[in-house]
Design a protein around this ligand. Structure first.
Ligand SMILES: *[C@@H]1O[C@H](CO)[C@@H](O)[C@H](O)[C@H]1NC(C)=O
Ligand SMILES: *[C@@H]1O[C@H](CO)[C@@H](O)[C@H](O)[C@H]1NC(C)=O
Ligand SMILES: *[C@@H]1O[C@H](CO)[C@@H](O)[C@H](O)[C@H]1NC(C)=O
Length: 543
């Protein structure tokens, strides 16, 4: 009798188990439960209670990055960034086409497809997206509430389903997380083959970390999201706090001023977070963008300033200009009939994109010679104003600038390299000795889709990318007055360094940017892994 009942009930139970698996919202969680670690050894708590724990400062926190730190649970944008920045347009397009399939498959299978599309055939050594591009996008996705929990713990271990190379730099360098356990990628002959190592290995790494540090193994707290909980990863934890999707929806974004380490340099072309819909829009824009970009270049090159400016404005390029009464005077005095005995004005501007000197020329409606530290040959040929390359040899550069100043006005960007974020790099003090008529110019550029600068990519495409934006915007502030050079200021008592710093602080104040002492070398070490040696032609610069 009992066995008969068993025979009937068993298939029904089996059927319901399958049904439950199919329709449960967290199938991964259910599957995990049947793994060899029994869940009864954990003490689960809901997320908000971790905020009220007073002894967190003595604890080691193992947290799931995409579950308990990032606001959005979708990894697609990060993989799209890898595909686009490391692989190129075609790879990005392939990833976008596969998106519906990725949605249909299970989480792990979808992840495997994205890893395959993004990493297959990428050289391990030159993969810099994880350090140069992704930290910016991860930081913008950090939830303030999750970050606060992290901040209060003594030691942190980040656990993630993403490849380690994508997330390690963000967690270590920007959030000061000591240990990061991500998926390892298979490498053959120095190239990624697009496959991940088994998860078993990650778990072994995590155990090695925890057991290797006696301080760590005592008080371990877990922090994860309900459906992201890997029981084996968290098996060392005494208590696990679980955050739900509803909790996360009310989380705030971590504001820039709260970043533990400021984000100053980043690379990559995409200026927007490439969610599936944004990516689709980007791809639809690209043909128009390329056309309009070439059109804008042709207009700027072929027409006189007074004609090209209104036409360029009509195509969506905005130039915003703050003049100063003083400057207008000096322009009208100098531009039509330059004084023979007097030297030209020296415009000193901060560096946002390669087009800074051009923006100034457009606003003053006359070509001004630009001295630059880095310019690809392509831009040199295309530039409608005269450009002169500096050699970085002080005496030689000084002589050249002296000569150019005697011929007319000059614009120089003493930072020597561009910066995208609201920071000013160190001003090279050479310009301070050159002239006593120094005009600081505060420029800022705003893009809505693509960045017009790059550290590790093709420099010669910079103007094209910048002008590919639907509404690129340039602001030029000329109302900062004049600054005298080091030879006349306060009876020649002020050094050229003081003048350079003074100009930097003036520009910083006008733009609301923070002044730093970072240099071009710092930027290239972070973004390209080299010291920024300028190659003269249209080559990639990271060699
Ligand atoms: C933290 O740990 C130290 C030593 O392990 C102990 O003396 C101290 O009381 C602990 N503090 C808190 C707040 O638990
Ligand atoms: C000029 O520099 C000297 C020494 O560096 C200093 O003693 C003096 O006070 C300075 N004079 C002015 C006017 O700043
Ligand atoms: C231009 O710079 C001046 C001087 O720092 C500042 O007061 C003004 O607000 C700036 N204008 C714009 C539009 O940013």
């Amino acid at each position: 009798m009992a066995s008969l009942a068993f025979l009937i009930i068993q298939p029904i139970a089996f059927f319901f188990r399958i049904l439950l698996k199919k329709f449960n919202r967290n199938p991964r969680y259910l599957r995990r439960k049947s793994s060899n670690v029994r869940s009864s050894q954990f003490k689960f708590q809901k997320y908000p209670s971790i905020c009220h724990r007073s002894d967190l400062s003595n604890q080691t926190l193992i947290f799931n990055v995409e579950g308990a730190l990032l606001k959005s649970s979708s990894l697609f944008p990060y993989f799209m960034l890898v595909a686009f920045e490391a692989g190129g347009l075609l790879r990005a397009l392939a990833l976008l086409m596969l998106y519906p399939l990725i949605c249909l498959l299970s989480y792990e299978k979808g992840l495997k497809i994205m890893v395959m599309v993004c990493f297959f055939g990428i050289k391990k050594e030159s993969f810099r997206v994880g350090t140069a591009v992704l930290p910016k996008f991860f930081l913008e996705d950090v939830g303030l509430e999750g970050f606060e929990v992290l901040r209060r713990c003594e030691r942190k271990v980040g656990v993630t389903e993403m490849p380690q190379v994508m997330i390690e730099s963000f967690l270590r360098d920007y959030l000061q997380v000591e240990y990061v356990v991500g998926r390892q990628l298979k490498v053959v002959c120095g190239y990624y083959v697009g496959l991940m190592e088994e998860k078993r290995k990650d778990r072994a790494i995590l155990e090695g970390i925890v057991l290797g540090d006696p301080k760590m193994s005592s008080n371990i707290v877990g922090f994860s999201k309900f459906d992201k909980l890997d029981h084996q990863m968290f098996s060392q934890c005494k208590e696990i706090y679980l955050v739900s999707e509803t909790d996360k929806r009310s989380w705030h974004q971590l504001q820039r001023d709260k970043y533990p380490k400021p984000l100053i340099f980043h690379d990559g072309r995409l200026a927007v977070r490439p969610t599936p819909l944004t990516t689709l829009a980007l791809f639809m824009w690209v043909p128009f963008g390329v056309t309009i970009s070439i059109l804008r270049i042709v207009i700027a090159l072929s027409l006189p300033f007074s004609v090209s400016i209104p036409i360029l404005a009509f195509t969506g390029l905005r130039l915003v200009f703050t003049p100063s009464p003083k400057c207008r005077q000096s322009n009208s005095r100098l531009s039509p009939k330059p004084h023979k005995q007097k030297k030209g004005l020296l415009y000193v501007c901060n560096h946002r994109t390669l087009l800074d000197p051009l923006g100034l020329s457009f606003i003053l409606k006359r070509p001004i010679t630009a001295v630059t530290y880095s310019l690809s040959r392509m831009s040199e040929i295309l530039a409608p104003i005269k450009t002169v390359r500096l050699t970085r040899d002080r005496d030689q550069d000084a002589k050249m600038m002296e000569k150019l100043l005697s011929q007319g006005d000059l614009v120089v960007c003493p930072e020597g390299t561009t910066c995208r974020e609201p920071y000013l790099l160190r001003f090279s003090p050479l310009f301070a000795e050159m002239s006593d008529d120094i005009v600081p110019v505060a420029v800022d550029a705003h893009v809505d889709m693509f960045y017009g600068t790059t550290a590790a990519g093709f420099k010669c495409l910079d103007p094209i990318y910048f002008l590919m934006n639907p509404f690129p915007k340039y602001t030029v502030n000329l109302s900062l007055g004049k600054v005298c050079g080091s030879s006349t200021c306060r009876d020649g008592n002020e050094s050229r360094f003081d003048v350079a710093n003074h100009v930097q602080s003036l520009l910083g104040e006008a733009l609301g940017f923070e002044c730093t002492m970072l240099t071009r070398k710092d930027k290239y070490l972070i973004l390209a892994g080299n010291e920024g040696i300028v190659s003269s032609d249209c080559n990639k610069r990271n060699h």
